[in-house]
Write a protein that binds this ligand. Structure first.
Ligand SMILES: C[S@@+](CC[C@H](N)C(=O)[O-])C[C@H]1O[C@@H](n2cnc3c(N)ncnc32)[C@H](O)[C@@H]1O
Length: 296
């Protein structure tokens, strides 16, 4: 059997979202992925029903197979989580979880160009029916637009040089693969930046992925809907992987908790981060942060 890492921050997530074992409850896993968190909750809480959202059909297939042992206690939904939550009934869920971003599956197996270590079509779409791909962005966006997005979503200080290099390259031939994009970035940045702690392509690839899937724009509206959908006393947990995501979550929770008649109270005053053991065992968890709120 395939060995899967424990899902990120699984111990604190289980602890903060714990239910009593004889309680019937509903949890919405907004980012089911391969079903790691859902599996933990379904196995730990025998009367829990999980509604598992994911936009990506391919990874969702894996979760459906893995969680089939729970029968009707797991209901998969193929949708963007913001769309799903908008139409969900108010006060209908006991627990809501977001584990934002993409999964190891996307980098390693999806063949969609998420990783600059692989030579794949530059795609990056979670929704196979969407028209905007990473290749469309690098081949059609105006230079300034491209530079702005690499700066905004990648916090890349060489965004202008990278955008210029993309535009110069595509005047000769379209940019089609992840390796081609990585190579263009590598040569666009100063020599001393090429061999740093992270690859010079990391930030630009993050920016492209965020733009393709509208990742950041979906967070705040989804959190507000999630608060509406929670039952009173219900809990909402969000795991983020970079500061752009975390900032949105932190401020949305702060604003909502500071209102005159607040709908939530903040449970984690500071974000919970992985301990040394988890960091060692699961490198991608290094930048993870967990924030939890409770509906009043
Ligand atoms: C970090 S992974 C989740 C991993 C999961 N918690 C596990 O334990 O296996 C995030 C997942 O959310 C999906 N996703 C990201 N943004 C989404 C959105 N706005 N709507 C629906 N699914 C989304 C991705 O396709 C990916 O499978």
């Amino acid at each position: 059997m395939e060995i899967l890492h424990y899902p990120v921050l699984h111990e604190p997530v289980l602890e903060y979202l714990a239910l009593s074992t004889d309680e019937e409850a509903v949890m919405i896993d907004c980012t089911t992925g391969e079903g790691g968190h859902s599996n933990l909750f379904l196995s730990r809480f025998p009367r829990l029903h999980v509604i598992g959202i994911d936009r990506d059909k391919e990874i969702q297939k894996k979760a459906i197979e893995r969680l089939s042992i729970y029968g009707e206690r797991f209901t998969p939904v193929n949708a963007w989580f913001d769309d799903y939550l908008k139409s969900a009934e108010s006060s209908s869920a006991d627990r809501i979880l977001f584990d934002l971003g993409i999964s190891t599956f996307h980098y390693e197996e999806s063949r969609r160009g998420f990783s600059f270590r692989k030579d794949e079509r530059l795609d990056m779409r979670l929704n196979e029916n969407a028209t905007l791909s990473a290749a469309t962005i690098v081949n059609t966006y105006a230079e300034e637009e491209l530079a702005d997005l690499i700066y905004r979503y990648g916090e890349e200080r060489y965004s202008r040089r990278i955008a210029r290099a993309f535009v110069e390259y595509r005047e000769k031939k379209p940019i089609e693969t992840s390796k081609e994009a990585e190579d263009i970035i590598f040569h666009a940045v100063p020599k001393e930046y090429r061999y740093g702690r992270i690859s010079p392509a990391t930030r630009t690839f993050q920016a492209l992925r965020i733009e393709v899937n509208g990742e950041l724009d979906r967070i705040k509206p989804s959190l507000l809907e999630a608060i509406r959908v929670l039952k009173s006393g219900g809990r909402l947990a969000v795991i983020t992987f970079h500061s752009l995501e975390d900032r949105i979550v932190k401020w949305t929770f702060k604003e909502e908790a500071a209102k005159e008649n607040p709908a939530i109270r903040i449970i984690t005053k500071k974000p919970v981060i992985p301990d040394e053991k988890e960091e060692k065992e699961n490198a991608p968890s290094r930048s993870a942060k967990l924030r939890v709120v409770e509906k009043i």
